[in-house]
Design a protein around this ligand. Structure first.
Ligand code: C5J
Length: 220
């Protein structure tokens, strides 16, 4: 067993053989100009800053032999899995399915929907396409984790208060013991990132634990 002594709200203990790293939506559509994130009016450079930290976390997970899972927020080309409540809201410069500089926005298989090169999945790692904010909703993730006996999930990715928080809450409800790596997650609205992290480990870890990457690397 391994313990992250400086996790919040208390030390986090896990068995590497039953642990998966879940990297949420580190896609060009959210991180590079011309994608979904920018179409919503966001400064995407705020997310690019965590790429080196997520790369270090991925290297650690691979070296430790954890299962590695990458998610991509994506929709079918015919938009059959994109409800109007998601597509027809606000006044974005481009909507899901519209053609942008990196292909159709948030559509499976388009260049902008890919994970950024620096964090590209390795052969044998799980890649989960998800139409919603949560990684478990309308995906095979639950079955894949159960088949491998996974009990603990370490989360990273974007955005903290949207897809990361939703996925971690879904995981907590399904009985997984979750740790969020604080400096490997980001938001277009930094105050929301900070608030989401505080919410997760509040009330005795009501959603789970949080820790910095250095705290994880120092774990014994
Ligand atoms: C958003 C996400 N923010 N991956 N998606 O729409 O957080």
């Amino acid at each position: 067993m391994t313990t992250v002594a400086h996790a919040k709200p208390a030390p986090y203990t896990f068995d590497a053989r039953r642990t998966a790293l879940v990297v949420i939506d580190m896609q060009r559509d959210f991180i590079e100009p011309g994608g979904f994130g920018e179409a919503l009016g966001n400064d995407v450079s705020l997310l690019a800053g965590i790429v080196p930290t997520v790369a270090r976390l991925l290297a650690h997970a691979r070296a430790q032999g954890w299962l590695v899972v990458h998610t991509r927020e994506s929709h079918a080309p015919d938009l059959s899995d994109c409800p109007p409540a998601k597509r027809l809201r606000g006044a974005p410069s481009a909507r899901i399915g519209d053609v942008g500089p990196m292909g159709r926005i948030l559509i499976r298989g388009e260049p902008g929907n890919a994970i950024v090169d620096a964090l590209a999945p390795h052969a044998g790692e799980l890649v989960i396409d998800k139409p919603g904010k949560g990684a478990f909703y309308a995906t095979r993730l639950g079955e894949e984790l159960a088949a491998r006996g996974i009990t603990h999930l370490v989360f990273a990715g974007v955005t903290t208060e949207v897809c990361v928080q939703t996925s971690m809450r879904e995981a907590n409800d399904r009985g997984y013991t979750c740790l969020l790596i604080e400096d490997a997650t980001a938001s277009y609205i930094p105050a929301f990132r900070d608030a989401a992290i505080a919410m997760m480990h509040s009330q005795g870890g009501i959603v789970g634990w949080t820790a910095t990457l250095d705290s994880l690397l120092e774990a014994v």
